[in-house]
Design a protein. Structure first.
Lengths: 178, 178
């Protein structure tokens, strides 16, 4: 993705943080991560991240999903003798359609990006509104999508190591070299 | 503290959460912890807490300090074979005067509650405004005080076990039986 395009997305994401009442430092604004996951389809599949802290004991970040944007299906396995990441998502703004392993939700509200259904296996849907949260166990497949107003989500978790994430979609590269 | 008084404080704290743009669930509002630490001096010394999540791997909470209120000096030691708590304070609203071990700050802005100076040993002052954060190592003495507008602080940390906290003031009982 071109730097100019990234800058536009950062500006847009920043507006969502403001709507959620979240104040960021100048450095956090600059370091905002635009994760397109190597799919080059950011409007539909991707996420914006601000890492507050990620040390050997815990991690906290904020995430923005643009309207109807999906963070694609993945899990956090045990790796290198380290326990897989457990994480708590807390909706701060908008609406989040979280999908995890479990009984398929009939008449679910959210669906994977059209054409990419083959990369999505789990369909137990949990809807999070501002003030709602949900904790996802390690190694559990999950994906999540914003409603039409977008969403701001806080994540509290054990340490985060993106490189060990396993995505269902084999085209995805979590750690971009761009 | 009487339940009526606690309810008044909850209402006031809730106003601060609203100013910080933080949305709480109904249960979180009801479960809001009014910690007077057994001192019966809440306006000057105490804190309001909302625990989002506290499991075996990480913890996240929100805290409110009323104007000029102090959370008194304490540390989180190793205990029962468990490593002492590491924690990151992030200011969301107002101003926080955090004091930790280290070189004494000349002309510091905040002071311990008058008359209680003998229970305060550390005077390295760090000022946190909205968007600022600071990580405190385990077993490090610290205390923190709000400015005249009060403060809302997010805490991200390793697991929290209040019973193992060690306060400098021997009158303090962290886990109240009230």
């Amino acid at each position: 993705m071109k730097e100019e395009e990234k800058e536009k997305i950062r500006t847009k994401a920043f507006e969502y943080f403001q709507r959620a009442g979240i104040v960021l430092s100048l450095k956090e604004k600059e370091d905002m991560e635009i994760a397109d996951l190597g799919l080059n389809d950011f409007e539909r599949t991707g996420i914006v991240l601000v890492i507050y802290v990620n040390n050997s004991r815990y991690c906290a970040k904020e995430m923005v999903l643009l309207p109807n944007q999906t963070c694609p299906e993945h899990r956090h396995p045990d790796h290198d003798g380290i326990e897989g990441k457990r994480e708590t998502f807390r909706c701060r703004y908008g609406k989040v359609y979280l999908h995890i392993e479990g009984e398929k939700t009939e008449n679910s509200k959210a669906h994977p990006p059209a054409g990419d259904e083959k990369y999505y296996y789990v369909y137990h849907e949990i809807i999070l509104l501002p003030g709602d949260q949900y904790t996802i166990k390690k190694n559990t497949l999950h994906w999540f999508k914003a409603g039409s107003e977008g969403a701001v989500i806080s994540e509290f978790s054990s340490p985060s190591d993106d490189a060990s994430d396993i995505f269902t979609d084999p085209r995805i590269r979590r750690v971009s070299n761009d």
